[in-house]
Ligand binder design. Structure first.
Ligand SMILES: [Zn+2]
Ligand SMILES: [Zn+2]
Length: 183
């Protein structure tokens, strides 16, 4: 049995040899379920290592024009990346949770966000959000996401703002921006 990390490295290796691969083929080669492959691919897509399409996956060249926020057009940064998986397997990327949550409010999909401290991918619905802290990474008001409520609280002590759930953060952003992206 391979660990998730080992599987993901293998997937990237395969993609070095071949530009595209089907999900079926990956599941066969790794001897895991399609669900597991999807989960690995979502994680790698979140890191910008590859791109999913219906039934398969494609190597991502470093400058494919896919490196801009789907809402405001700013350049994507790994540390604040926010992703929305749409039902048709397209992925929308946003520069930060500010844009990501506003986009999510308009789209049907499930989202992933990055832990601001560790750069781990998190389910956006389960993350803790710090809004209106003094640390503005790209879009104001600043929205940062954390996996751990304790770490988020520690961060808040230093940078101010307040902690909230995903839905509270969306409600707040919609109020302050009236649905338009910040700058
Ligand atoms: Zn943006
Ligand atoms: Zn942003």
């Amino acid at each position: 049995m391979l660990t998730p990390q080992q599987r993901r490295e293998k997937i990237l290796q395969y993609l070095q040899e071949q530009e595209t691969l089907s999900i079926q083929e990956l599941a066969r080669r790794l001897a895991v379920s399609l669900m597991t492959v999807h989960r690995d691919l979502d994680a790698l897509a979140a890191e910008g290592r590859l791109e999913k399409f219906r039934g398969g996956v494609r190597r991502l060249s470093p400058s494919s024009g896919e490196d801009r926020c789907a809402l405001c057009g700013k350049r994507l940064a790994q540390r604040t990346l926010f992703l929305i998986n749409l039902p048709d397997h397209q992925v929308k990327r946003a520069c930060c949770a500010h844009c990501g949550l506003l986009l999510l409010a308009r789209l049907e999909g499930w989202a992933l966000t990055m832990d601001f401290l560790h750069e781990h991918i998190l389910s956006a619905a389960q993350a803790v959000y710090l809004v209106e802290s003094e640390l503005v990474t790209c879009c104001a008001p600043s929205v940062l996401s954390f996996g751990s409520p304790q770490e988020a609280e520690k961060f808040r002590t230093g940078f101010g703002g307040r902690l909230c759930s995903m839905q509270e953060a969306i409600d707040f952003l919609q109020q302050v921006t009236h649905g338009h992206p910040g700058r």
